[in-house]
Write a protein that binds this ligand. Structure first.
Ligand SMILES: Nc1ncnc2c1ncn2[C@@H]1O[C@H](COP(=O)(O)OP(=O)(O)OP(=O)(O)O)[C@@H](O)[C@H]1O
Length: 320
């Protein structure tokens, strides 16, 4: 299957100003050379701790952050520059869902206006068509026509996130960037929202970039996973490779931090976590260069890339 969107060497550096003249004295390297390609109908997990640069990648792809360097290639054309002719088609096809829909929705607008906004921006529907489409969208996420004339605050957090999903998919986009879409919700409600997202993917073939700080949450959603540390990828691979054969200590650290539901696994998990922490402290130079940056990604196999100085040699049953 071919890629419809490719991100090449993406960099977003924020200037730090200081002193009496407010001069630029340094930069935050929020995203520092990231490559990523998207195929239709797949979910890509983007995972890392707070401040690692995940949201900045999402915002740069959607056009909310200016690229310091790099290119965004959509259907074979460079759309990095906002003046390009394909830009409008690109903006229609790449949508975003935010963590907190209450603050991303205008509280004074009714749901019909919130849902119809992308239709008004990117299509020429009549108000009847907008209404019909909005009802259809609400049904897709398990809500009824009654919701149309209500305001965002009249819904629960889970319902609002479902409305956010409905708005994002209103125009059949190719990619939806979901930035921590369920982090603010209770566990049972999280599962409900994720189920709707999955059903929509099965029906319409949309791709997701699913941003989370939690490897546990992305596990059941993602086909491919990128692990991010200080603006760079430490590891990239298929779900199977990342969860069953993690090679970077940072990935293993995130994995060992997933809470264990089964009490029988808790003791083993604790031992594992302590072992990973010890290795993280004592063998950092294998994983990070002299400045504490991760190395460039290297290919382990078709399904797996890791930022290590030396790629370990394969042994029977995987790579260790
Ligand atoms: N507008 C900005 N100006 C300066 N620095 C910024 C700006 N936006 C983000 N940063 C910095 O860039 C880095 C990456 O931030 P980003 O929000 O992308 O991380 P994140 O992984 O999404 O974290 P979180 O999970 O907390 O949202 C952080 O150090 C952050 O402080």
């Amino acid at each position: 299957m071919s890629e419809f969107l490719t991100i090449e060497n993406l960099k977003v550096h924020y200037p730090i100003r200081s002193g009496f003249f407010n001069r630029i004295t340094d930069h935050v390297y929020a995203v520092d050379g990231v490559n990523l390609s998207f195929e239709s109908g797949k979910t890509y997990g983007l995972v890392g701790e707070s401040g690692s640069g995940k949201s900045t990648i999402g915002k740069a792809i959607i056009g909310l952050e200016k690229l310091t360097e790099g290119r965004i290639i959509y259907e074979g054309q460079d759309v990095s520059n906002s003046a390009t002719s394909r830009r409008s088609e690109y903006r229609r096809n790449v949508q975003m869902i935010f963590q907190d829909s209450l603050s991303s929705f205008n509280p004074k607008k009714r749901i019909i206006d919130i849902l119809a906004e992308p239709m008004r921006n990117f299509s020429n529907m009549t108000s009847d068509e907008e209404k019909r489409k909005s009802i259809e969208l609400l049904e897709i996420v398990g809500l009824t026509e009654e919701a149309l004339h209500k305001y965002p605050h009249e819904f629960s957090g889970g319902q609002r996130q479902r409305i956010g999903v409905a708005r994002a998919v209103a125009l059949n986009p190719k990619l939806v960037i979901a930035d921590e879409p369920v982090s603010a919700l209770d566990l049972s409600v999280q599962a409900q929202v994720l189920n709707f997202m999955q059903r929509i993917q099965d029906e319409f073939g949309v791709s997701y970039l699913f941003i989370s700080h939690d490897l546990g949450v992305v596990k059941h959603m993602s086909d491919e996973i990128a692990i991010m540390y200080h603006g760079r990828f430490t590891e990239y691979g298929t779900n199977q490779e990342i969860y069953s054969n993690p090679l970077h200590i940072y990935t293993r650290r995130l994995l060992s931090a997933i809470p264990q539901v089964d009490p029988n696994n808790r003791e083993q998990n604790k031992i594992n976590r302590l072992r990973v922490e010890k290795e993280y402290r004592e063998e950092a130079s294998q994983y990070f260069d002299g400045e504490g940056k991760v190395y460039d990604l290297q290919k382990v196999n078709e399904d797996h890339y890791v930022a290590l100085k030396d790629i370990p040699t394969p042994v029977e049953g995987g790579i260790r």
